[in-house]
Design a protein around this ligand. Sequence first.
Ligand code: BES
Ligand code: ZN
Ligand code: ZN
Length: 496
Amino acid sequence: MSGVDFPQGHTVTVTGGKKIPKDTEAVIVGLFSDDVADGKSTDEITRSLVTVGHDGHWKRARTVRTGDHVVLGVGLGKKSELTQDKLRQAAAIALNRLHPVSRVATTLGNVEVSANASGKAPLVSNNAAVAEGLILGSYAFDGLKTNPTPHGDCTITLVGGSKKDIEAASIRAEAVILTRDLVNTPSSHLYPETYALEAERIAHEYGLEVEVLGPKELKKQGFGGILAVGGGSARLPRLVSVTYKAGKGSTSVGLVGKGITFDTGGISIKPAGGMDDMISDMGGSASVLATAVAAARLKLPISVTAYLPMAENMPGGAAYRPGDVITHYGGITSEIRNTDAEGRLVLADGLAYASTKKHDYIIDVATLTGAQIVALGNRTSGIMGTPQLRDLLAQTGRSVGEDAWSMPITEEVRDTMKSDVADVRNMGERPGGMLSAAAYLEHFVSSKVQWAHIDIAGPSYNTGSRWGYTPKRGTGVPVRTLLAALEILAQKKKKK
Ligand code: BES
Ligand code: ZN
Ligand code: ZN
C-alpha cells in the first residue's frame, strides 16, 4: 500500500540579512537581567521595555510598539548563565508569543554566550542555534484532522546571520522534524510495510542507496529476532538499510534504530493505560533515518548507513512466547523471558547485521526501557557502550541541548542476563533495567568496533506540555546529537 499520505507538521522559514527588512511586523530582541539591573544600558528599546516592566528575567516576555513594528523583548537572565540552548529556547518562546505573525526579524543571534552546559565551546554559531530554536519551536502536527487550523507562512530574518550557517541549521532542524512527523504518525498509518515504502521514498529523494528485506528475505537470511517479534502481527516485518557514501576511504558509521511501529508488549501484554504512547516505539529508527538523510544533504565527510528493523509487537496467533528460544542473524540464541523486551531482539539482528559490514563505529538508538525514565527522567538519554564513544556522545548531546548521561554496564548486571538454555536471555532482574538491556545488546556487536547504545525512552516523546522548543509528542531526540557526533568523528584520524 503506497497510498498512505504521511502527514507533515507545519514550520517556518528562516533567512539571514544585514538589517531589519522594511516589511517586518515584529522584532525579537534579547534582554539580560544584569543590564536592566545596573541601568547602564542606554539603548532606547531596552529602556522602553523596562518601562513596561521587563527586568530581563529568564523567559519573561514584554512588547512595546515603535513607529512601524512591535518589539518583543525576551528575558535571557544573567549573562554568566546564558547557554546556547537557552538561546534556542528563548527564540522559540518569543516566536510563539507573537503567533500568528508572518514577517519577523531578530537580533538574538548577536548576543554573547559565556556559559555552556558542557563547559566546552559551542559546536554551532549563535545564529544557527537561534535558527534551530525558531524552526523547531514553531513545529505543529495537525495529524489527520480534516479541518486543521490554518498556520499561514512565516519568514524570519536573522540580523547578522550567515546564509551558510542558517542553511545548515535548517537542514538539521528539518531532520528533527522528519523524525517528529514519523513518530507522530499513528500505527494505523505507519506500520512495517508503509514505513519501509516511506523510508525508501525519502532515501531516493535525497540520492541515498536503499536495501529493503521483506519477510521472505528475512527468513532466508536468518533474522530470527525481527521475525519472532513481528510474528504476532498480520503486518509483517521489514529490515531497511539506507546508505550515504562519502568519499573513498572515509570513516564509516553504522546507525541501528529500533523500529517497533507499535508495542502492545505481545503475549506479555502491557496495561491499557498509556499504551497509545507506544506509537512512538519506532523513534530510534526514525532518528537514524533522518540523520543519514541530513548527513547526505550536508555532504558530511563521513559515510553513514542507517539500519531500520521494523516490526509490530502484537499478541496474535503466531506470536512468539515467553520460554521460546530464537536464533538471531549470525547464529546467537536468545531465551525469551518476556515478549515486551522486544526492542533488544530486533536490535540484536540489526547490530549483528551491521557488524558484518565495515563500520568504524556502530551506534544504536532505541526507546528501549522504562528503566531509563526511572533512572534519568524524561529529558535525559542514557548512553552505554565502549567508554570513548559513549562519553563523546553524552558530551555532544549536552552541548547541542539534547541532555544525555553516560551509564555503566556492570558485571553484576551482565550476570543477570545468563540463560540456562540459550546464549543469553532477554530480561534480567528489575534493578538496573536500562543497563541490563545494554548488557544484552553487547553480545551482538563486533568487538572490533567502538559501539554506543542510546536509550531515548523518555526524551524522544513528550507526554507533558510544550516547553522551550519541544512540542508535545515526538521530540526528534537525538538527531542533533548524532549529526554533531558525525561531524566530530569525521575529523578523527582513522585507525589502520
Ligand atoms: N518500548 C518499551 C520501553 C518504553 C517504556 C519506551 C516506556 C517508552 C516509554 C519496551 O519495549 C519495553 O516494554 N521494555 C520493558 C522491558 C522489560 C520487560 C525487561 C520495560 O521497560 O518494562
Ligand atoms: Zn516492549
Ligand atoms: Zn518497545
